[in-house]
Design a protein around this ligand. Structure first.
Ligand SMILES: NC(=O)c1ccc[n+]([C@@H]2O[C@H](COP(=O)([O-])OP(=O)(O)OC[C@H]3O[C@@H](n4cnc5c(N)ncnc54)[C@H](OP(=O)(O)O)[C@@H]3O)[C@@H](O)[C@H]2O)c1
Length: 136
């Protein structure tokens, strides 16, 4: 099995997405720019697996310096992850993907950005403990 991680950014209330993009898209504040830079820095040389919408949002330069793989719901998570044994794999979302892959994630890197606006997709804190043996 690979070393499975997540790096994501949320608003102050857990906002993740809006109309298929980041809710804070186009925000000029340094915090938003630094968040994107940090994502590319940390994932460089590694594998990013993500659903079709998130996959389509990556710019071409990002594909040259990391392996970005589109995953689909008919694929079993164990089968997907076993293709990358020995690698660091970042599960890039979106939310439906994290619902399924959260139990496999060892390390969550969640950056809270200074955003208080609307969203249509949200971070679920239950993901952080999805790998536990004791279910409520
Ligand atoms: N803030 C952040 O850090 C961050 C990060 C990523 C995404 N986002 C936001 O999230 C939104 C996009 O996310 P999204 O969920 O709508 O689209 P998505 O990225 O396409 O991911 C969801 C899709 O992944 C596919 N999938 C692959 N493996 C799956 C599995 N095992 N179980 C279930 N589905 C699986 C499904 O499509 P099929 O059924 O067609 O295969 C599902 O509809 C955007 O607003 C984006 O900006 C935010």
């Amino acid at each position: 099995m690979p070393d499975v991680r997540v790096i994501c950014a949320i608003g102050r209330s857990g906002q993740l997405g809006l109309h298929g993009g980041m809710p804070w898209e186009g925000e000029p504040d340094r915090a938003f720019v630094e968040d994107v830079e940090r994502f590319f820095e940390i994932t460089r040389g590694h594998v990013v697996i993500c659903g079709p919408r998130t996959f389509a949002a990556f710019p071409d330069f990002a594909r040259r310096t990391r392996t970005i793989v589109e995953i689909r719901s008919h694929e079993a998570p164990q089968a997907v992850l076993s293709r990358f044994a020995g690698r660091v794999v970042f599960v890039g979302g979106g939310p439906r993907v994290w619902d399924v892959y959260a139990p496999f994630v060892r390390h969550w890197d969640v950056n809270t950005l200074p955003y208080d606006g609307e969203a249509d997709t949200w971070f679920d804190p239950a993901w952080l403990v999805a790998g536990g043996r004791f279910k409520r």
